[in-house]
Write a protein of this length. Structure first.
Length: 94
């Protein structure tokens, strides 16, 4: 299977993605906007992890954030969070 992370990043930065109900809730709780997701796609790097794609980049204010998605007939966002998991545990944005 070929990893096509460049396509995922392009779709994110162009706003061409679907958002699960879970991800919508996390976006609301964490005050992450669609503009933040697009900027993460523009500035981010993607890696495969547990059959998911984790894109870590920056929001519109330059804060580190992560978008977890799958690529199946387009990009489907599963969840979003600030920074990386270790930052969350150390008292930074959640």
């Amino acid at each position: 299977m070929r990893d096509n992370f460049a396509d995922v990043l392009i779709l994110l930065k162009n706003g061409k993605y679907l958002v699960t109900l879970h991800a919508q809730r996390r976006m609301s709780e964490r005050k992450i906007s669609h503009a933040d997701i697009r900027n993460c796609g523009l500035t981010g790097n993607a890696v495969r992890s547990d059959n998911k794609i984790k894109v870590t980049g920056y929001d519109c204010d330059g804060e580190s954030m992560t978008v977890v998605c799958v690529s199946e007939d387009g990009v489907i966002i599963i969840t979003v969070f600030w920074g990386v998991l270790w930052e969350k545990k150390n008292g930074k944005k959640t």
